[in-house]
Design a protein around this ligand. Sequence first.
Ligand code: GDP
Ligand code: MG
Length: 292
Amino acid sequence: MRAGIVTVVGKPNAGKSTLLNRIVGEKLSITSPKPQSTRDRIVGIRTTGDTQMVLLDTPGLLEPKYALQQAMRSTALKALDDADVIIYVADATLGAPPTLEEAALLAAVVRAPVVMALNKTDQLTTAERESLTSANPEAVPISATTGEGIDVLLDSVTRHLPESPFLYPEDDISTQSLRFFTAELIRETALEQLEEEVPYSIACEVEEFREDRSPVYIRATIYVERDSQKRILIGERGSRIREIGRAARVKIERLVGGAVYLDLWVKVLANWRRDARALERFGYRMPEERAR
Ligand code: GDP
Ligand code: MG
């Protein structure tokens, strides 16, 4: 038996969350063409035969500019420390990939074995693809969207996993709660429907989750940082928030497997991204002191 923690890391927008969803076979991590959409560390679990991978998605390893980004970076660094194997995802459409240490702005070399995945190869010409793979012979060309190369990638990860009994029950696919995924799906839907500027100011909190009711009753609040953002989110006579609520409800119904009543609110929490207390309330870990 083999089992271990597999941390998926790479620059924002490389396709980490898409890859994790593909590997787990369920939509666990929110994906978005807007960078920085993943904030917390997501745990997905893939169990096949005698192998179990506990997958951590990581928020972008950015140069932190404010408290939220600091919390995101610290979460990602912790996930690297915890890894038995690291999948380093690079966007192959951007040409020659930087090393993991360069991409993640790391001072030291990581401890765990690294499997490099060159993602988005569905966007490359045959010639581009050949030159990229011959320059990086150890890297695995993949497409997280089409599924190409994923088997090869997983074989390579499995070879690096330690021998160990399973870490979680066989049929678990995640350690996160329905509440957590519900909040993430609402946030994802808002990201989809909003223009630049507002998305990064959005946080979502699920205040009530009543599975004992039919339909399942969920009360949630989307927080923004300013009144002007609240107006944008609500839209003309509430049209935008209604549309966000409707689209999010459809996704949540798929997640819970039944009808849902989504009671969705919008509130202002001034400058929450720079406020350590607010960050903790939304479940973001604040960085521990560390040497890096
Ligand atoms: P993350 O920031 O690294 O988690 O990236 P996401 O998984 O959110 O993906 C960023 C964007 O790249 C999204 O628009 C995805 O649909 C897109 N994407 C991810 N993987 C692929 C791929 O293999 N091929 C193509 N063409 N697009 C991809
Ligand atoms: Mg992501």
